[in-house]
Design a protein around this ligand. Sequence first.
Ligand code: ADP
Ligand code: ZN
Length: 594
Amino acid sequence: MSPHSVLEHVFGYRSFRGEQETIVSHVAGGGDALVLMPTGGGKSLCYQIPALLRDGCGVVVSPLIALMQDQVDALKELGVAAAYLNSSLNQEEARDVENAFINGQLKMLYVAPERLVTPRFMALLKRAHIGLFAIDEAHCVSQWGHDFRPEYLALSLLADEFPGIPRIALTATADHATRTEMIGRLRLEDAQKFVSSFDRPNLRYAMVEKKNARDQLLTFIRREHEGDSGIVYCLSRKKVEDTAAWLKAKEINALPYHAGLDVSVRTKNQQQFIRQEGVVMVATIAFGMGIDKPDVRFVAHLDLPKSIENYYQETGRAGRDGLPANTWLAYGLQDLILLNSMIDNSGSPDMQKLVERRKLDAMLGLVEATACRRQTLLGYFGEASQPCGNCDNCINPPKLVEMTEAARKALSCIFRTGNRFGVGHLVDILQGKATPKVKEHFHDRITTFGIGKEVDESSWRAVFRQLLARGAVRLNESGHGGLELTDAARPLLKGETSLFLRERTEKFNYKGEKGSDFVASSDQALWQALRRRRKELADEQNVPAYIIFGDATLKEMVRLRPGDHYEMSRVSGIGDRKLEKYGNDFLKVIEENH
Ligand code: ADP
Ligand code: ZN
């Protein structure tokens, strides 16, 4: 069989994406590979197809039980002899899998890393016929990343013990340091490197200023994502619980998830998120890795992420299926103050604090950007691109208003009050409000008192955020949000440079042409009927709905309205096995909804 016929007959796809074909040929031909591809890029096929093409069984190292289970369920649905070995199996079940493996009855075996490297399992591997090793989520070998798994370190063994067997390592982690570390630790110096663009064109990026963030979130969900699955990230556990309860009271099907919840509750909530449709998970960043759910339609942030890396990874969980998805972030000055004081109080070495502050600055630069978000984001990872047409700034270019004069007043006010005070107090002084605190410090007697009455409070806050984003001011070491000037303030004060603010427009429509509302209203009846049938079939087999068919496949059924098996086989995502198993079911639904 050729790679292409496996793609078509087993997986039901018409063509390879991006570099998939080159990678598949390289690995199927026995070469080692390091694959860097964004989430949703289609990494799985890069090792699954070579495993099917080569003699022997493909052994896949995967860090998470839930993920393995999903992949194996999906492969079985396609008629592939696949199994997994992890701690969720009892001894007898594990023994059966091992026997099938040694007897050459499996085409693909998923194994947890800690099991793979035990002497007992190594001996087993020696007796089996292995086609390739795939190391999924390979960045787990990096000690600097937050997904570090010590068990991954031992995987370098594979290079020595099985020199003739191709190894393919895959990750969606983009940054350079992790890349280099992976190559060294996994002994992939001689492997061919395949680096894809990290762009996620189906994700729409939007960022708004916080006013009443919860209400803003609710409006966003109601307007754009009624009945969709989504994730809402919050910084603290308490906020997770409060927000989930609040959304629930507003009749959004929301659940909380954070590391402080009982394991059984966490597992249950995660299960519901994966199995049911339309669950909104409100979570700390403890939630995410290994969430392979392809139809997450939005990721919202109620708090500023610590870095662009975090933001990219978290938003990346939306739209794995390639269909349009929204990312939405609400930010305010308070976020910045909080994150800064968290860095200050972290007890980390100074060098690390410096790195963390730089990362936070870059994140602030992104939220304050007036140019294309995607360009800024990709640029941070060293990738050049054109304005995308699918972010808030491209769709609704902000009008810029010159605020140089106000910026100078703000800087002067910081200076006159001794580089000590926070934004609230500074704005009071600028607006000439003689609050008790202003009086206490005699700030109603300084020259900057009342010199900015013409500018409203939220514009003043925007000015201060811009000054922070440019590095003209920074938070001082008090940890209470006090601002101080930096050298970068000088050109502004001297009138050598200007400062522009985006005029705040509230009416950004997230939907638009590429939005997530992708089924026309005249097709809604069929779409809903197909979804119902899918859910019934999924429930019968106790698997998530997307294991039967992804939304992209159902959507294509709506578009093509196949009338017989041949036409059905032309639908993307329907291979031989699924056609045989479900073809009639779905043809019937289509006929009934004519
Ligand atoms: P990753 O592991 O890189 O996040 P996956 O391997 O899970 O991505 O693939 C993401 C989605 O894209 C899956 O639903 C998969 O079936 C689909 N997909 C992958 N390759 C193709 C292709 N060549 N044609 C159509 N769909 C594809
Ligand atoms: Zn853009």
